[in-house]
Write a protein that binds this ligand. Structure first.
Ligand SMILES: Cc1cc2nc3c(=O)[nH]c(=O)nc-3n(C[C@H](O)[C@H](O)[C@H](O)COP(=O)(O)OP(=O)(O)OC[C@H]3O[C@@H](n4cnc5c(N)ncnc54)[C@H](O)[C@@H]3O)c2cc1C
Length: 337
């Protein structure tokens, strides 16, 4: 691939991972500097989808810059048991380490850790990604693979939290044995992962399940340690520093009651973590690839509430990079990709 020619303003690196301006660089007052890193592809997000995009890009000779605010494949590090991933990896940390090693072996991928994309702009000839460090990257294509983050409690219409109540997320919960039942707010998929990671028979879990989560609760209904409460509303009325909570519930027939638990965890589901700018959202707030600017390629969990799996994330990341490659080569790309 031909190098992206540096623009007239593109003489500096200013993000945390880069060097400062070199001697002889033009002096500018604008704190935002466009970088001259010659690259064919910017990858935003270093989960399985972003890493697969960078690996695939490298395999066809494309240079990439991958930006990630935390660690590569950080989410995988919270998955204690895996049984649906090819390659023999049985835990998330094991797979994360393998992918990280693969990226480190890819000379065409420059990884920028500790850097978050704050804006993406797409033009006729290139895309520009603004970083929270004040730097700005430009390339012919961007793969956006920023995944999903936790749905904030204020967006769960069925749930009200007492002032000061900040239950932690279930997916990041450590293996704490609590004296008394755990209240899980919502029946999203991390519930199954949590139960597999905590096989102790004494673990007692009460799941506050709104109607929209009924189908997800099926996965755990057979577990004798789990009580699923099909609710219309739940109000957490008391929250102690120890994590203990009290709550008032209303079921779907209008009956009401109260419950107490040793600890509560949020498990409300996810919301797409799209950086502002060029990304186009669908009615469900996700960013389907088909709606995007031709130079903006979306991969992984950010695409849809469905298909949120490691294997689909990696496949879509690889496809996104190949799409960029074929378009750059002037080759046609099948519409289905
Ligand atoms: C508890 C739990 C258990 C799971 N178990 C399984 C399982 O057993 N099997 C399975 O197949 N899947 C499982 N999943 C789902 C799987 O983890 C995801 O489908 C997969 O990680 C999606 O990959 P991704 O690259 O699209 O997104 P992510 O892995 O979420 O990666 C997105 C990355 O983008 C970064 N990012 C976000 N915003 C920005 C920004 N503005 N700028 C730059 N970077 C940004 C994030 O820091 C993150 O590293 C599980 C998920 C959870 C939470």
């Amino acid at each position: 691939m031909a190098a992206t020619p540096p623009g007239p303003d593109s003489a500096h690196r200013t993000d945390r991972a880069g060097a400062g301006p070199a001697a002889g660089d033009p002096v500018r007052t604008d704190p935002v500097r466009t970088e001259a890193v010659p690259t064919d592809l910017i990858v935003v997000g270093g989960g399985p989808a972003g890493c697969a995009a960078a690996l695939t890009a490298g395999s066809v000779g494309m240079r990439s810059v991958l930006v990630e605010p935390a660690a590569l494949c950080g989410k995988l590090r919270h998955i204690p048991a895996l049984d649906n991933v090819a390659g023999g990896h049985r835990t998330g940390p094991d797979l994360a380490a393998a992918i990280t090693a693969d990226i480190a072996r890819t000379p065409l991928c420059e990884v920028r850790l500790g850097v978050r994309a704050t804006h993406i702009a797409a033009g006729q000839d290139d895309v520009t990604v603004t970083l929270d460090s004040g730097g700005r990257l430009t390339a012919p294509f961007v793969v956006v693979a920023t995944g999903v983050g936790p749905l904030p409690p204020e967006r769960a219409g069925w749930l009200t939290l007492a002032a000061g109540a900040e239950p932690p997320a279930l997916w990041g919960a450590s293996a704490q044995a609590a004296a008394g039942p755990l209240l899980v707010l919502g029946a999203d998929r991390p519930l199954g992962t949590f139960l597999r990671a905590h096989p102790e028979p004494a673990t007692e879990v009460v799941v506050a399940c709104p109607p929209e989560d009924d189908y997800k609760a099926e996965e755990v209904r057979g577990d004798p340690r789990v009580t699923v409460l099909p609710l219309a509303r739940l109000r957490v009325t008391g929250y102690k520093a120890s994590g203990a909570v009290s709550a008032e519930w209303t079921d779907r027939t209008g009956r009401t009651g109260t419950l107490r638990a040793a600890a509560a965890y949020l498990n409300l589901g996810s919301a797409p973590a799209a950086p502002p700018g060029a990304l186009v959202s669908g009615a469900d707030t996700y960013c389907p690839p088909a709606l995007q600017h031709p130079r903006v390629l979306v991969a992984g969990d950010l695409r849809s509430a469905r298909f949120q799996r490691i294997m689909t994330a990696t496949g879509s990341g690889a496809e996104a990079a190949l799409r960029a490659y074929y378009v750059a080569q002037g080759l046609s790309v099948p519409a289905a990709l």
